[in-house]
Design a protein. Structure first.
Ligand SMILES: C[S@@+](CC[C@H](N)C(=O)[O-])C[C@H]1O[C@@H](n2cnc3c(N)ncnc32)[C@H](O)[C@@H]1O
Length: 542
């Protein structure tokens, strides 16, 4: 039995009975503080609240090595590379601003790639790749900045590959990531990469002596399987990817227990891409020995869509408890309403066999085939997309909710998405500014936020961005409603005070959650903190 398994904990320095535990990893014990101090130089590299384990199902994965509280940092990590996402529109290769937002761009004199300004073209990030890309200068002609161009597909894999010579230690970390070449070989993407990346880099950029076809495909696969999307403030389209090798060790679960933020302005360090810093925190309590999960999909999507994304881009069949449950942990995010009895919900009998499963009503013999459910859902998705992409308006989403209330469960993912948009639009749409909204409309906004929270708290529980943002959206209409009823003499001052206490609690929680978010997106946090301060001062005078 080793030191960890024994019930009697021994000091890591002198083997005497220990009374203290290392607070960082909860794995090592000491008899006294001075021995802990003495041991730190040896221990610091191993002192982590997680461990990486190889598992038959998940491959390498991460487990908590101590109990973690919600909000506690599990690890922080800087990107080994960043780069444009596949299929992105033309963007600056340094700061990733979309070139459609740039009045006149600066073409790099050596390789012809367009940058938003000369300074970006001369950045260290572009040096090594420019040498390679300049060999293909004549092919790098980007005329239409509103349309994606295939030449952007090779940039991020090339950045990964070039680490081999520019930063061999980082290349080792990059290259050991999962690429699933054997499974990807059968896909359409493989043939696209073969032309746009492999042949382009080997033939046109003359890299055939440096990188085999297999190696270049592996770089493409590593990005598809592991890269995280980086949301840059003010950048409407998610165009940027970052590789964070340690964060890649987190497996997927459709109900994750972590949240991560990526700060795009972290201090520069030795890597040219190191300014992107990821921080991963526990979003709920995680017990020692529990697996640490992130999510590779959108938590508010339904099971069929989430499983399709995971199958196509991550090459596994998700069988987590949410995917296996027809009700999706009682959220009913994929459920339909029964048109036959009007009281039952129609759910898949075998949610993991989505292509063939029957969908049965919970109250009557009504049944639907998987094909019919798919057809109906696809049509509604298309309708929803049209609303979302063409100047989204309150009335259009409300109309969508009304028209499909007899067909879709109130929590169906399309209804929930409509509510998520409405939770923001009410109060922000010019025709629905908070002060001009009727009390009924304010109540509607609060009720939409509550319905959204009820679902989000199950599929993305704990201290999450969606909870912070939704609570922030709730506080102002609640405060206005309380004020209006008080001023109209419809509630006593003690009742009013109680309501305001409730508003303060909601805002405080929102501030607490949003403060854990990317410091670069401080706008919301500053507003929330200011509002909280105002309420607190105001209440102290009541
Ligand atoms: C980002 S990598 C995670 C690290 C990977 N396990 C490794 O050993 O490098 C994603 C891959 O891990 C595996 N994986 C992650 N979550 C999984 C899950 N819930 N079920 C099965 N496999 C999973 C899949 O092979 C997936 O393509």
């Amino acid at each position: 039995m080793n030191r960890l398994e024994s019930n009697i904990k021994l000091c890591a320095v002198c083997d005497s009975k220990a009374s203290q535990i290392c607070g960082g990893c909860a794995q090592i014990f000491y008899c006294a503080k001075d021995h802990q101090k003495q041991h730190w130089p040896m221990h610091k590299d191993q002192c982590k609240p997680y461990r990486i384990v190889v598992d038959e199902k998940f491959g390498r994965c991460m487990f908590a090595s101590k109990n973690l509280k919600p909000g506690e940092i599990i690890f922080g990590e800087k990107a080994v590379i960043t780069g444009p996402k596949q299929g992105c529109r033309p963007c600056c290769l340094k700061c990733y601003v979309s070139l459609e937002n740039v009045a006149s761009f600066y073409p790099c004199p050596k390789c012809n790639f367009p940058f938003c300004q000369e300074q970006c073209a001369k950045s260290r990030e572009h040096e090594a790749e420019c040498v390679v890309l300049s060999r293909a200068k004549s092919c790098i002609v980007i005329n239409d900045v509103n349309k994606s161009h295939p030449v952007y597909q090779c940039i991020t894999p090339l950045r990964g590959l070039l680490l081999k010579t520019t930063q061999p230690q980082l290349y080792k970390e990059f290259a050991r990531l999962e690429h699933h070449n054997d499974l990807r070989r059968q896909t359409d993407m493989w043939s696209i990469y073969q032309v746009n990346v492999v042949q382009f880099l080997r033939k046109v950029c003359a890299l055939a002596d440096q990188f085999s076809e297999e190696e270049i495909h592996a770089a493409c696969g590593i990005l598809d399987v592991n890269a995280f999307e980086i949301r840059l403030p003010g950048n409407e389209y998610q165009q940027v990817l970052g590789v964070f090798p340690l964060a890649s060790m987190m497996s997927h679960n459709c109900v994750p227990n972590t949240q991560h933020v990526i700060d795009a302005n972290a201090e520069n360090s030795n890597s040219i891409f190191y300014s992107y810093q990821m921080t991963v925190r526990a979003s709920v309590p995680i017990m020692k020995g529990e697996q640490i999960f992130t999510t590779y999909t959108l938590p508010l999507d339904g099971t069929i869509d989430r499983r399709a994304v995971l199958r196509q881009s991550k090459f596994f069949e998700c069988d987590c408890s949410r995917c296996s449950d027809p009700t999706e942990c009682s959220t009913y995010l994929s459920a339909l309403r029964c048109p036959n009895c009007s009281i039952g919900v129609v759910l898949p009998v075998h949610p993991l066999d989505e292509k063939v499963t029957e969908w049965n009503c919970s109250q009557c013999p009504y049944t639907l085939t998987a094909a019919v459910v798919k057809q109906v859902t696809d049509e509604l998705k298309e309708e929803f997309e049209t609303i979302a992409s063409n100047n989204p308006e309150v009335e259009k989403y409300e109309d969508f909710l009304n028209r499909h209330a007899t067909l879709l469960h109130p929590n169906h993912f399309l209804m929930t998405s409509a509510r998520q948009s409405l939770s923001i639009l009410y109060g922000r749409d010019q025709r629905f500014s908070l002060n001009s909204m009727t009390s009924q409309q304010l109540e509607r906004k609060v009720s939409i936020c509550r319905q959204l929270l009820a679902v989000a708290d199950i599929v993305e529980p704990g201290l999450t961005r969606i909870r912070g943002v939704t609570m922030y959206e709730m506080y102002a209409p609640m405060m206005l409603l309380a004020k209006r009823t008080f001023e109209d003499g419809q509630c006593s001052s003690s009742h009013f005070k109680k309501k305001m206490e409730n508003v303060k609690d909601i805002l405080s929680e929102s501030v607490k959650i949003l403060s854990l978010q990317d410091p670069a997106s401080t706008e919301g946090i500053v507003c929330a903190v200011e509002a909280l301060d105002k309420i607190q001062r105001w209440m102290s005078t009541m």
